[in-house]
Design a protein around this ligand. Sequence first.
Ligand SMILES: NC(=O)c1ccc[n+]([C@@H]2O[C@H](COP(=O)([O-])OP(=O)(O)OC[C@H]3O[C@@H](n4cnc5c(N)ncnc54)[C@H](O)[C@@H]3O)[C@@H](O)[C@H]2O)c1
Length: 475
Amino acid sequence: MNTNRRKFLRNISLGAGAVATGIPTLASAFDAATDEQMQRSSAKEKTPPRFNMCGYAAPKLDVVRVGIIGLGMRGSGAVSRLSYIDGLEITALCDKLPDRVTKAQATLEKRGRPKAKEYSGEEGWKALCESNDVDLIYTPTPWYLHAPIAIYAMKNGKHAATEVNAGLTLDECWQLVETSEATKKHMMMLENCCYDFFELLTLNMARNGLFGELIHAEGAYLHDLSREYLFNKNGYQDMWRLKQNYLHNGNLYPTHGLGPIAQCMNINRGDKMDYMTSMSSIDFTLGDIAKEMAARDDFFKEFVGKPYRGNMSTTCIRTNKGKTLMLQHDVSTIRPYSRIHLVSGTKGIAQKYPEPERIAFGHEWIKKEELDALYEKYTPPIVKHIGDIAREVGGHGGMDFMMDWRLIDCLRNGLPLDQNVYDAASWSCILPLSGRSVGKKSLTVDIPDFTRGAWQTNKPVDLTLDGGGNTGVRK
Ligand SMILES: NC(=O)c1ccc[n+]([C@@H]2O[C@H](COP(=O)([O-])OP(=O)(O)OC[C@H]3O[C@@H](n4cnc5c(N)ncnc54)[C@H](O)[C@@H]3O)[C@@H](O)[C@H]2O)c1
């Protein structure tokens, strides 16, 4: 582990005040699930949870005061989406770059919303977390700030909602769990793909037994980001996402594929991911693109000769109940977008990508009219209630808004959140664990039980709107 990283982790474990010493350096490629971290993790698994956050309902908040940290491509969209929700005020805005805060204020003004308090600079987020004007801290920053901000937010008495991935190392995943349990503050990873329309349909169908006993599921993030995003000077701020592609190995973005299938399989709520193995190709594109770009523009010279993560990463997971999951990640090969989203059981199968989405209960995929009838019968209450409005507000076709609305509705009504800290930690830990497995010739790696046994009795995700559903949306 490099010295800066060790220092950072030490600061985090020392407590909230100590975090104020500085922004973490980016994690180095192989320190995310070292032997040391694996040992620490298995020791933690043996300690009883301080409190079970699965099913935990925090006291109701009539109006949820939100502070948003990170106002880039994703964060500016979040400001706009959240400003449609009643019973919510965006009271604080923060970005390292002050002009991004100014732009977000303009969005609030356009939407007829009051001005928010402004924070900026490398460490402005700490003052926001410490302020008394926020209940929920919503964090669409680069990945390496997600866990530090969420931990600091909870220690300062705020609920934390963070973009994916929630943590980059095993230590970070455990710190999220321990802090949420100690503070009784929600920590939700904003896994929006759990709220996509076909994903919610398959979850409700699985719950109603239409696929029989689920046996196998597949998910992925297959999205060529290479030229348009990763190597775009005007894309990710300070090229942070390209840098992550040589600072980590394995599956860098497991949760979009994993979240929805984990919910179908009741992971952490009746079953648990037990162990996994990962294999990666070498890099066949990013290194070459770096050379090509650097030949035209000196700006890209620093990206030449870096140890880019392999293009395609494949992870296989076995659950405690003997089921299997397959995850893939590739953001640097030319191909159509896919998250696969396949669930297969003793009575049927659903598969979203390649589109069109399809379902089968025999050797043939069912016809469109039959699929429409299934949508009619098994669309869950959240989609019936807010789906059309969500499509209008937008954000990946509506799933982003459904997620935001449900989060605020749960906080306002004192309901447990659909995704808790154990989901965040176990879905995110595939990143460091896949890096470890790939680095050791696909060695089998145990997946920590962040629930420490509670998975056996935790209840599945609530698909009703019982006790809530009364949060309005502005025109
Ligand atoms: N769930 C999804 O569908 C989805 C889609 C896109 C992005 N994301 C996630 O959203 C996050 C942000 O991605 P993005 O595309 O907006 O990247 P971005 O680079 O456009 O935005 C990141 C922002 O964070 C700011 N920032 C950096 N350091 C900061 C600091 N110390 N304090 C405050 N602000 C700081 C940057 O200035 C920038 O404005 C990432 O985690 C990404 O994975 C999720």
